[in-house]
Design a protein around this ligand. Structure first.
Ligand SMILES: O=C(O)C(=O)Cc1ccccc1
Length: 283
């Protein structure tokens, strides 16, 4: 049976590019927001969902991590790494110059990836945030105002926009990590070669244990477990309370990880597995 994949939509987003590459035969469903997409996986409307997790220029997509940690826990079953090229998109009927653009619309991460460009080339433009780059393109397509969107080639094609300036992101090597989420026991696997395996953990430290973070890191280090990311986020229970997202560069196993777990629990930490998964790099 054809699988249904939810994504941060509408058509023309970077998430859609990731889905088309990873699951070309799936039935795709675009959602307006990241929480709506995650909810759809949780309530079974779709078999799996793809949402942005982290960008090389702008960092973690907090909405995704926070919704997964605080609202709906779903396992990460794969990671898709997608090159990101941002372009300035205009309505076909717009006849002016860049200096005539009054508003520039996009997802907050896309705006952040192009701050220098906007600062230098569009200093007069008001910045408007949209739920996704695809949504920004959709708005500009039906607008008779002097608006521009920041988005990709697919958005230009889907919404009939012209590309006024190519590659306007401020730094090269712009990539975004997307998480594939599902409750399915046997998740669909992208039909591509995986480059590596990773495990993502959620760790909460005890508040009354000085040096706890150092001890947490030691539990990984003496086992020679390589960490590729550690990031703190507020627990939302009070100022100064944090949890840590830790990415380990290896798959979950029945020896090292349970060892780390009991060591951390003895320190008074809470430790939860958010996913162990293969990483797929779209070239
Ligand atoms: O808005 C989109 O197109 C997304 O898929 C989220 C996003 C935004 C900016 C860079 C990468 C992904």
């Amino acid at each position: 049976m054809t699988k249904k994949i939810g994504y941060l939509g509408p058509k023309g987003t970077f998430t859609k590019l990731a889905v088309d590459w990873a699951f070309p035969n799936a039935e795709t469903h675009g959602f307006n927001t990241i929480p709506e997409c995650i909810d759809a996986v949780n309530n079974g409307t779709v078999d799996a969902g793809v949402v942005p997790l982290e960008n090389a220029i702008e960092g973690t997509v907090h909405l995704t991590i926070d919704y997964l940690v605080h609202q709906v826990r779903l396992p990460i079953v794969a990671e898709l790494v997608v090159p990101i090229e941002q372009h300035l998109l205009l309505n076909k009927d717009f006849k002016g110059e860049l200096g005539d653009i009054e508003e520039v619309l996009s997802h907050s991460h896309a705006i952040a990836q192009c701050h220098q460009f906007i600062h230098k080339e569009l200093p007069q433009a008001k910045i408007e945030f949209a739920n996704s780059t695809g949504r920004a393109a959709e708005i500009v397509a039906s607008s008779d105002r002097s608006q521009a969107a920041i988005g990709n080639v697919l958005a230009a094609k889907e919404y009939g926009l012209k590309i006024a300036r190519e590659n306007i992101h401020d730094y090269p090597n712009n990539h975004t990590r997307f998480a594939v989420l599902t409750k399915a026991e046997e998740p669909m696997r992208p039909d591509h070669e995986s480059q590596s395996e990773k495990t993502t953990l959620l760790v909460t430290l005890p508040t009354d244990n000085p040096g706890a973070l150092h001890q947490v890191l030691s539990a990984f280090s003496w086992r020679k477990m390589n960490l590729s990311k550690i990031e703190s986020r507020p627990t939302k229970t009070g100022l100064g309370d944090y949890f840590f997202i830790i990415d380990v560069n290896q798959p979950y196993d029945d020896a090292l990880f349970p060892g780390v777990q009991s060591e951390l629990e003895a320190l008074g930490c809470d430790i939860t597995l958010l996913g162990t998964y293969s990483v797929f790099n779209m070239k």
